[in-house]
Design a protein around this ligand. Structure first.
Ligand SMILES: [Fe+2]
Length: 229
């Protein structure tokens, strides 16, 4: 497979379409505020664990432009030395702005990524966490934000919702990161440091985990609400 047809495989327009068709996001405007809050708390788990996943990957990467780049992205995740600029803090600002009563009340502890990042070949891990999670995350978030803006609570409270997390990930620095990731991965492939076939398998695994995780968040939120009420 040559490099240009290789990247066609990662076409984001296709991925967005796939998420639009297969996800349950289109019903967001009908969700109760409680369900919206629960799903957003569950998403917090991802924001929190993403830095740890990146750090684990960095510890396994060969010395390369890709390693420097992922380290820089990890630094951004952690707020470049300022905790109040860390992406978890920004997500919590969003949670507070939609009146989540207890932001640390996250019941999901399952982490399907850890054993994969620790034990798989590095080619697979770069596909999974580097090209996969890092890039797929923003596409899901974009679809989530699109439907979120149609929720009655969000429409009514438009001016008090903190959108900074979305601004960064959907419209801001993440887009630049994606392009840089592609260039750094291309370098690893052309220098034959990694096998593109294994990279693709890792990417597909990330897609599957993302789909399953969002479905789990959506269904478990329903169950948690039912349990409490
Ligand atoms: Fe982030």
């Amino acid at each position: 497979m040559n490099l240009s047809s290789f990247w066609t495989y990662f076409d984001e327009a296709k991925l967005t379409e796939e998420i639009l068709i297969n996800s349950q996001f289109s019903t967001i405007s009908e969700w109760s505020l409680e369900k919206l809050q629960r799903v957003s708390i569950n998403y917090r788990w991802l924001v929190k664990s993403h830095s740890n996943h990146l750090a684990l990957m960095v510890s396994r990467l060969p010395e390369s432009q890709f390693k420097s780049l992922i380290s820089e992205i990890l630094n951004d995740e952690q707020g470049n030395g300022r905790y109040e600029r860390s992406h978890l803090y920004l997500w919590d600002n969003f949670l507070r702005s939609i009146e989540v009563p207890d932001i640390s009340n996250n019941l999901i502890e399952l982490d399907p990524m850890l054993p994969l990042i620790n034990n798989s070949s590095i080619d697979f891990v770069i596909g999974l966490e580097g090209v996969g999670v890092e890039c797929i995350c923003a596409v899901y978030l974009e679809v989530f934000e699109h439907f979120l803006k149609q929720h009655p609570y969000v429409i009514e409270n438009k001016n008090k919702i903190d959108w900074e997390f979305f601004d960064i990930h959907v419209r801001g620095e993440d887009i630049h990161h994606k392009q840089m990731i592609r260039e750094a991965v291309e370098q690893l492939i052309s220098e034959k440091v990694i096998n593109p076939d294994l990279l693709l398998i890792g990417y597909n695994k990330a897609k599957q985990i993302w789909r399953d995780t969002w479905n789990l968040w959506l269904t478990s939120s329903e169950q948690e609400i039912l349990k409490v009420s």
